[in-house]
Ligand binder design. Structure first.
Ligand SMILES: NC(=O)c1ccc[n+]([C@@H]2O[C@H](COP(=O)([O-])OP(=O)(O)OC[C@H]3O[C@@H](n4cnc5c(N)ncnc54)[C@H](O)[C@@H]3O)[C@@H](O)[C@H]2O)c1
Ligand SMILES: O=C(O)C(=O)C[C@]1(C(=O)O)C=C[C@@H](O)C=C1
Length: 371
């Protein structure tokens, strides 16, 4: 008999999970519920789910796997409602939330009843939200973190991991509090900084209306994530308050250090500050090898969001050849940075890159990004 998977919340992440599970060709029936009927309907029409459930309760009561993909405070509220539901005895419940400790705290009730809840968090996403942005390959090569409670049976974790192999993510098991401490520095705190930088620009614009027109590559790269969904980030910020306060203290110390550096205006000290950051940043595992060139050799990179199959590269290079656009480098990125693109093509000029982007957007459906 087919296993039934219930996905609650059919936005970017729930939709992408549904697509990945479908692509995995597992013998599954996927049912979905979203409080927005139009999202559920779109998910059904795109083949992300096989049926629309009339409520979260009905979706979950028939399910072998439940995946909550709602904003994290909503997930906790739904987990509380689920205490009244008649779930299957051997159901495995998981979530996709960006925070884990409060969710695993709420999960203890399920464990006490003999019901399995294993926290989950795919470390890939976007500033875009909603089912329209869902992609089957969103999680490919990304870390997919699982946070089982201490006494969780290994077999249950394996069953969930087995289901999630369809995402082609790299499954790792972490302790929930360790997870929250790490995501605070690599994801949650940067989000606060990005949004506050945007706030600073908005403030300055009052006196200098022209300033926002000057916000070019640097500002845009650094603040892309500030365009993400405020409900999702409100909930993450509330749930990871303690770690964020720790990060903020560290940041304030760092800003004071920078202030002293600016006051001293010592060229060597300022050079070392930038050089140390560059050295570390260039060595991050997600930094594209070869993307950082010497100052005399500038390249124009196009990041293309592609599924993981070999024909794609020849399809793309064929289009570029037909258009007589030369490329200087092409590489596949094993791990991602802040987009889900995995193919990076470099061009000698901005015009070549523009022409390539135009040609590829006419002839393919792949999303493209210039970082
Ligand atoms: N966006 C990312 O980059 C990203 C990455 C990894 C994990 N996450 C986590 O995944 C979860 C979902 O994020 P997303 O980006 O898919 O958000 P999203 O806004 O794209 O989707 C959330 C969906 O949940 C639905 N929803 C809200 N309340 C509901 C309720 N009570 N019942 C049923 N449906 C409800 C919304 O209508 C929406 O369709 C969040 O917990 C987030 O922290 C997000
Ligand atoms: O790429 C982005 O826009 C994201 O914000 C994705 C991102 C991240 O911070 O890396 C955001 C939240 C998730 O929990 C995981 C991934």
């Amino acid at each position: 008999m087919k296993n039934t998977v219930a996905i609650i919340g059919l936005g970017l992440i729930g939709g992408s999970l549904g697509l990945a599970l479908k692509r995995g060709n597992l013998d599954l029936h996927i049912t979905g519920f979203d409080r927005s009927y139009s999202s559920a309907d779109e998910a059904y029409r795109r083949g992300i789910i096989d049926s629309i459930a009339p409520s979260a309760k009905i979706a979950c009561e028939n399910a072998d796997f439940v995946l909550f993909a709602t904003p994290v405070n909503t997930t906790i509220a739904l987990m509380k409602e689920a205490r009244e539901w008649s779930l299957k005895e051997d159901v495995i419940i998981s979530d996709t939330g960006s925070t884990k400790s409060p969710i695993m705290e709420a999960a203890k009730w399920f464990t006490e009843q003999g019901i399995t809840f294993i926290g989950g968090h795919p470390m890939a996403g976007s500033h875009k939200s909603g089912v329209a942005a869902a992609k089957a390959h969103l999680f490919e090569n990304a870390y997919y973190i699982l946070t089982p409670l201490e006494n969780e049976e290994r077999l249950k974790v394996d069953r969930l991991a087995n289901l999630l192999t369809a995402t082609k993510g790299k499954i790792v098991v972490l302790d929930a509090s360790e997870h929250d401490r790490m995501t605070a520095i690599v994801s949650h705190f940067p989000h606060l900084v990005a949004s506050s930088l945007v706030g600073r620009l908005a403030e300055q614009e009052i006196d200098q209306p022209f300033v926002k027109k000057l916000a070019a590559g640097g500002f845009r790269d650094l603040t892309r994530i500030a365009s993400a969904d405020p409900t999702m980030w409100r909930d993450i910020t509330i749930q990871n308050q303690t770690e964020l306060l720790q990060q903020l203290d560290g940041w304030l110390n760092e800003m004071n250090r920078i202030k002293s550096m600016l006051l001293a205006n010592n060229p060597e000290e300022i050079f070392d500050f930038f050089a140390d950051a560059k050295q570390y940043r260039d060595r991050l595992p997600s930094t594209y090898e070869g993307a950082v060139q010497g100052a005399l050799y500038m390249t124009f990179d196009l990041h293309i969001d592609i599924p993981d199959h070999p024909g794609v590269i020849s399809e793309i290079t064929k289009i570029l050849a037909e258009e007589e656009i030369s490329l200087t480098n092409i590489r596949i990125v094993e791990t991602r940075t802040d987009v889900y693109g995995i193919l990076v093509i470099s061009f000698q000029t901005a015009d070549d890159r523009k022409a390539a982007r135009n040609a590829l957007s006419t002839k393919t459906d792949y999303s493209m990004h210039i970082l």
